[in-house]
Design a protein around this ligand. Structure first.
Ligand SMILES: *Cc1c(COP(=O)(O)O)cnc(C)c1O
Length: 409
């Protein structure tokens, strides 16, 4: 595989690498070209125009009227920013063990000196909103200052229903801030920062936004901005107030990632040209076709609740006695296809198929064909029917099929 700049595992292989991990996603040519410009003076008028356009545009992607802070960092940085701006040392936070990423965010909160109550989970379901409501109702002293949950759990392919989490907090009449990690949801799954009443949404550049890694985001609510004024956590690089003050006029408090901002400008344009709702419907359709393939192979989808199936990725559970990493190894070695590995608790037990970002029907079928052949090469018992099942789904839901159904009606 030819990686980049002469770094190569086994010489040149022709054609495109299939990067079907659930983030980073493939960066489309339009975005690569948009970034291929000289770095400009980040205190000059040209940059100011770019920053103002990007800061306004990213709000539309989060579906918010309020400010979105952009950090030159991976998503993990924006996790930290959310916690240290809104909370004070010793504050209690309610979090839910939906999978690997929720567990990492919890570990970070522990390390930063917050007191986390971690609701255990089985990694096959999303946040249990009824359970949250009961915990919050019992917290009559309002010890919890925040509820922090993962929207799209990238390790399991389970998408929690954030409006239900909001409703649980409201039903308990609890004043805790709602913080949501939508690092892998934003730009692929429906997400409404304002309408869903989220106080801080954390996201990153390399998943639904189709950019290379390196940018991360905190979308804020007025309540979160107010909380930050009273927070006593030490912070400097991550300070929202510094960012918001400078951003108001199109500037940043330190050197921004100029090239990634060129790319972000293009990514926003692409998402809006297609239309956010069309983008979300496309992801849902590809997810449904992928599940049809997994089920036709005779494998199990890790997510157990159909209302929580992820539009971004599908995790497939291996039959007992077979290692998912062998399937991934065969896919990469033979077909230049990267699949997501099982993380921590589900290591070796699942492989993950990313179907997000710059993606279409035939990209999906190529990826699924690679998986089907890799299952064969890894001697995993399965039915050779997955690609066909996906094709059947894609054909019956193709735009012309819709037109035919309409005409017949
Ligand atoms: C990718 C991801 C992260 C981590 O983001 P980094 O950019 O790797 O720091 C956190 N949460 C979720 C849900 C993710 O998908």
């Amino acid at each position: 595989m030819k990686l980049a700049h002469g770094i190569s595992l086994n010489g040149h292989s022709s054609g495109r690498h299939f990067l079907q991990i659930p983030g980073p996603s493939t960066t489309p040519d339009r975005i690569l070209r948009a970034m291929d410009y000289p770095t400009i003076d980040h205190r000059g008028p040209e940059f100011q125009k770019l920053a103002q356009a990007v800061l306004a545009g990213i709000k539309r992607i989060f579906q918010t009227q309020h400010p979105v802070v952009i950090f030159p960092a991976s998503g993990t940085g924006a996790w930290e920013a959310a916690l240290v701006n809104a909370l004070s040392p010793g504050d209690a936070v309610l979090m839910c063990e939906t999978g690997h990423f929720a567990s990492l965010w919890k570990k970070m909160a522990d390390r930063l000196g917050f007191v986390v109550e971690f609701v255990p989970g089985d990694w096959r379901h999303g946040v249990d909103a009824d359970q949250l409501e009961a915990i919050l109702r019992a917290d009559t002293g309002h010890r919890f200052k925040a509820v922090a949950v993962v929207h799209n759990e990238t390790s399991t392919g389970v998408t929690s229903q954030i409006p239900l989490v909001r409703a649980a907090i409201d039903a308990a009449r609890h004043p805790a801030l709602l913080m949501v990690d939508s690092i892998s949801g934003l730009g692929s799954a429906q997400y409404k920062h304002d309408a869903w009443g989220v106080d801080v949404t954390v996201s990153g550049s390399q998943k639904g936004l189709m950019l290379p890694p390196g940018l991360s985001f905190n979308a804020l609510s007025p309540k979160a901005i107010e909380a930050a004024k009273h927070s006593r956590s030490p912070r400097s690089y991550w300070d929202w107030a510094e960012q918001l003050g400078m951003n108001a006029n199109g500037w940043f408090p330190y050197t921004p990632a100029t090239s990634l901002l060129y790319g972000l400008h293009e990514a926003i344009a692409m998402l809006e040209e297609e239309g956010l709702d069309t983008v979300f419907a496309r992801h849902q359709r590809h997810a449904a076709a992928t599940r049809a393939a997994v089920q036709a192979w005779g494998l199990e989808v890790l997510c157990l609740n159909p209302a929580e199936y992820s539009p971004v990725l599908t995790a497939a559970l291996m039959p007992a006695g077979h290692n998912a990493d062998e399937v991934r190894r065969q896919a990469l070695a033979n077909f230049n296809l990267s699949l997501g590995q099982g993380l921590s608790k589900v290591s070796g037990k699942v492989f993950r198929i990313g179907h997000l970002g710059d993606f279409n029907d035939l990209t999906l079928l190529g990826a699924l064909a690679g998986v089907e052949m890799a299952l064969g090469l890894a001697n995993v018992p399965h039915h050779k029917a997955g690609v066909q099942a996906a094709m059947t789904h894609l054909q019956s839901t193709a735009p012309s099929a819709h037109a035919m159904i309409k005409a017949a009606a």
